[in-house]
Design a protein around this ligand. Structure first.
Ligand code: FIX
Ligand code: ZN
Length: 436
């Protein structure tokens, strides 16, 4: 399309051009908790790959929501968690989808997913869905979901300190072998609970001491190199509490500071690999709710400033959980080219907040960020997380192109497609060194 035809576009035509470009652009999903079928995806769901109606409906976001309708004095937490997954799913379906209108974002997500998979979302019981999912083969279903969601690669979260997952990696050298999935080495405990982490490292044959004496730092370094290689990780990630800071004030340099400075960042520098920090998760606000009991909190942006400034040769991917941190995070990214802002995480992954954040980031950062990641835990969620986010990203971009037109500048379709490709795929892939 020539510049001239673009100039003549009315607002509806511009909107349709942008939403087509956004819909047609394959996404590289840079952070999920979805596992490939190599981690086990049996229909009885004993593997790590979660998929299908019972996993969809028992997503921890929906567990939190059902306890607002049937509170714990009516159904104690332990009774709910003692139920089978199917019983939990039936309970959630009845209370959130049959007896109430599924208006929340997590509920609407299930509706969008079922609809886009070709199912009628009005069923009163889960049986028809169970029947449909039982006819899907996991490997082919991955292809189907990726095609419907238009996702070209799913980035996993591979937790070294999860005993079950670590043993899988130790006993199966081919776990990274499904090219549809990119592994990520996740190491929260190394920074958040050094005494416990050091026990695990010793069990794995690394000669570390809790007081950092002897070869401890060299052995942490060795572990990081070995596990990045074993997993073929594309980056290293940590989810951190709102209190995370770097550095802690001298003279009390804590364990995390020392590991970051003397092991993690040197390893990543040597390998030219980014560190992803997801800052602001407060675990266990209501521990009885398990994963649904976590919340978020405002963090100190100076942690990000100090890292980016002190380690200019390292690269940092950062997302923050509190709405209050979003503006300052975008401002800091204007100061540091080694900082890559990504996603609307967890409680921010709601249409109103995605819109606000994407608009602000475009205004402060142009096209130099990744507006979204899915954080999907269940494969099928890729369908709704991307469908919902794409619509908002298209809406915000349309507004911004209209503003430009009002200022006298008219974009071409080629420019629109290039911008969209950068935002949904190429910026991230370049930042981590994947082919674009
Ligand atoms: O730390 C994380 O990666 C978080 O995204 C998860 O722990 C969280 O439970 C989640 O699923 C958020 O969407
Ligand atoms: Zn996550």
């Amino acid at each position: 399309m020539t510049e001239q035809t673009i100039q003549r576009l009315d607002p509806a035509a511009l909107a349709s051009l942008v939403s087509t470009a956004v819909a047609e652009q394959p996404v590289t999903d840079l952070h999920t908790h979805v596992f490939s079928p190599l981690f086990g995806a049996s229909p009885d769901h004993h593997g790590l790959m979660l998929w299908g109606i019972d996993d969809l409906v028992t997503y921890h976001y929906l567990i939190a929501e059902v306890f607002r309708v049937v509170p714990s004095n009516e159904l104690p937490y332990y009774s709910f968690f003692a139920m089978s997954k199917q019983e939990q799913a039936d309970h959630i379906w009845k209370h959130l989808f049959v007896e109430r209108t599924p208006l929340s974002e997590a509920c609407r997500g299930v509706i969008t997913t079922l609809s886009k998979l070709g199912l009628d979302p009005h069923e009163k019981t889960l049986e028809p869905y169970r029947q449909w999912f039982s006819e899907q083969e996991p490997g082919a279903f991955v292809d189907k979901v990726m095609q419907v969601a238009n996702v070209d690669q799913i980035t996993m979260t591979n937790a070294f300190f999860d005993d079950n997952e670590r043993h899988m990696w130790m006993h199966n050298p081919d776990l990274a072998g499904d090219a549809r999935f990119a592994p990520v080495l996740r190491i929260d405990k190394l920074l958040l609970d050094w005494p416990a982490a050091s026990n695990v490292l010793r069990e794995c044959g690394y000669d570390v001491r809790v007081d950092f004496s002897g070869q401890t730092m060299d052995e942490i370094t060795r572990m990081l190199h070995e596990w990045i290689e074993k997993m073929k990780a594309v980056y290293v990630a940590t989810s951190l509490p709102p209190e995370f800071h770097y550095p802690t004030l001298p003279p009390e340099r804590n364990h995390a500071d020392r590991i970051i400075r003397d092991a993690l960042l040197p390893v990543l520098h040597e390998r030219n690999m980014p560190w992803a920090l997801m800052i602001g998760a407060r675990r266990g606000a209501n521990p009885a709710l398990q994963a649904a009991g976590d919340m978020g909190g405002r963090a100190d942006i100076n942690a990000v400033v100090n890292l980016c400034r002190q380690f200019q040769d390292n690269r940092f991917m950062v997302t923050m959980l509190s709405r209050e941190n979003q503006h300052e995070l975008a401002v800091v990214a204007r100061k540091f080219g080694n900082l890559f802002v990504f996603g609307c995480w967890w409680f921010l992954n709601n249409p109103s907040l995605i819109e606000e954040m994407t608009r602000m980031r475009l205004e402060l950062l142009g096209t130099t960020f990744a507006p979204q990641h899915s954080d999907a835990r269940i494969l099928d969620q890729l369908v709704y997380k991307w469908d919902h986010s794409r619509k908002i990203i298209a809406k915000v971009l349309t507004d911004k192109y209209s503003d430009l037109a009002a200022s006298g500048y008219h974009v071409t379709e080629e420019q629109i497609r290039k911008d969209v490709a950068m935002l949904l795929r190429d910026n991230y892939r370049k930042f981590v060194g994947l082919p674009t």
